[in-house]
Design a protein around this ligand. Structure first.
Ligand code: FAD
Length: 435
């Protein structure tokens, strides 16, 4: 079947094996060849693509939920959206969540996802109590910070190359309501946005939307949102307490023509988005879905980029070089008129010293979406040069073009835990770069 991830690029013809029982994965692994696991295909590039794919979304049972301690154990194909439906009414929330809830637990571990709270609460790995893994020979092993700990830590960020993640046990966080207390602040340019991020270090969540087409003194003008889980005595009673309901979703029913998103439509969108907030600051309560997952409201929004698809370029730049690196990137995009419809800036806290394959490093991370066209590869190469110059790195969960091995935190050659039975288009591409 023809298959792609969220960016709809690349598309490949693959054999897909799925299973609801561990024994089925053992049978698949006994076949010759190499495999890669696929969660819900919400990585953007080629991380979970290969000619032979093990689909995990049917391996999706809840195993145990201790609603006193907030400890949840699930099979890896369970979606975060399904977990939220169960845990919110019990007064718990995910300790770390990416910008979509339609990912699997296995995908969250394999990419070691981060949220808007990396500076305050770390990556997903900081909240995982244990994993059950299946190696390429079909053997099953438990691992945790105390048991097979090297394998445990190396699995985070290894993008499925240490084996099949079968089960994940996580520590949830306690909440009193499902509302978020939000402050939204306008920044005239990216330097002011960075100052606001630094001021917001004591807030649990922070994120900024950034206008990549603005120029001069307005380079990187942004809207920064910071938030906290609202306490019971803070919210107006009509907001309800632990509700999971969401507004009806919109759908993009087919691929938009390729010309729909261009420099002019993006410029127009940015002007409206930035101008929509009149005051410099505003505060309000927002349902968790609107704060954490605004894009999930539009099903299949990836089709807006047309049939050739799109790529997300996400880099991290260490704190000492963040300002210079961001300036160079934004100047390049503004000069070339290569706006990103959705450009997101976040502040990363300290990198996790144990989860060595993870993407985050202390500093700033910028995520940019680009429609695939004849200039995309050249543009990503130019961006790579800037990221390299400032000692940054790229996020493998988004990548499909990386052209420099030194830009990824990827240790296939140095790690004994990367199992030879597992391989993806991405790992093959990156392996070649290493030679
Ligand atoms: C709108 C949107 C917003 C996003 N925002 C963020 C964000 O804020 N922060 C962030 O960190 N990420 C973000 N992402 C990326 C996404 O969280 C990751 O790519 C995540 O890994 C996707 O999970 P998935 O279940 O869809 O896995 P897939 O995309 O199918 O696979 C991702 C990787 O996990 C591996 N994998 C999946 N399941 C297993 C398993 N059971 N065993 C072994 N390996 C497995 C695959 O081999 C692959 O390498 C976003 C994605 C989208 C579409």
């Amino acid at each position: 079947m023809i298959i792609s991830n969220w960016g709809n690029y690349p598309k490949i013809d693959a054999s897909v094996y799925s299973g609801s029982f561990a024994e089925e994965f053992q049978i698949t692994l006994s076949k010759s060849g190499k495999f890669i696991c696929r969660g819900n295909g919400r990585s953007y590039g080629d991380a979970s693509l290969h000619t032979d794919i093990i689909a995990m979304t049917s391996y999706s049972r809840f195993i145990d939920f201790d609603s006193e301690k907030g400890i949840l154990n699930c099979q890896s194909g369970v979606l975060l959206s399904e977990i939220l439906e169960v845990i919110i009414p019990k007064g718990f929330f995910l300790p770390v969540t990416p910008g979509t809830k339609f990912i699997t637990l296995g995908g969250a571990v394999a990419a070691n996802v981060h949220g808007k709270n990396h500076h305050s609460e770390g990556s997903f790995s900081s909240h995982v109590l244990g994993l059950k893994l299946m190696g390429g020979d079909g053997s099953v092993v438990h691992c945790s910070p105390n048991e097979n700990s090297s394998l445990f830590w190396e699995t985070f960020g290894a993008m499925g190359l240490t084996g099949i993640i079968l089960e994940v046990s996580i520590q949830l966080k306690k909440i009193q309501t499902s509302q978020i207390k939000v402050e939204s602040l306008k920044a005239k340019n990216f330097i002011q946005a960075m100052e606001l991020f630094e001021e917001s270090q004591t807030w649990t969540y922070s994120v900024a939307w950034i206008d990549c087409l603005s120029k001069g003194k307005q380079l990187g003008r942004s809207i920064l949102m910071r938030g906290e889980h609202a306490k019971l005595d803070e919210i107006p009673s009509e907001k309800g307490t632990l509700k999971t309901t969401q507004k009806r979703n919109l759908n993009v029913p087919f691929n938009f023509p390729g010309f729909t998103l261009n420099k002019y439509t993006i410029k127009g969108f940015n002007a409206v988005y930035y101008g929509r907030q009149r005051k410099k600051e505003s505060s309000f309560f927002q349902a968790y879905n609107d704060f954490f997952y605004p894009l999930d409201f539009i099903y299949n929004w990836n089709r807006m980029y047309g049939s050739r698809g799109f790529t997300q370029y996400q880099c991290a730049i260490p704190l000492e070089y963040s300002e210079s690196g961001l300036k160079e990137i934004l100047e390049l995009l503004s000069r070339k008129g290569k706006g990103s419809f959705l450009a997101v800036l976040k502040r990363f806290g300290k990198k996790d010293p144990l989860a060595v394959n993870s993407f985050p490093m202390e500093g700033y991370t910028l995520a940019l979406d680009f429609k695939i066209d004849n200039e995309t590869v050249a543009l990503t190469k130019q961006l790579d040069e800037i990221v390299k110059k400032y000692h940054g790195r790229l996020y493998l969960a988004k990548d499909s073009f990386c052209s420099d091995y030194s830009l990824v935190n990827y240790t296939r050659t140095s790690s004994k835990y990367f199992d030879e039975k597992f391989s993806s288009m991405q790992s093959i591409r990156i392996q070649k770069l290493n030679k």
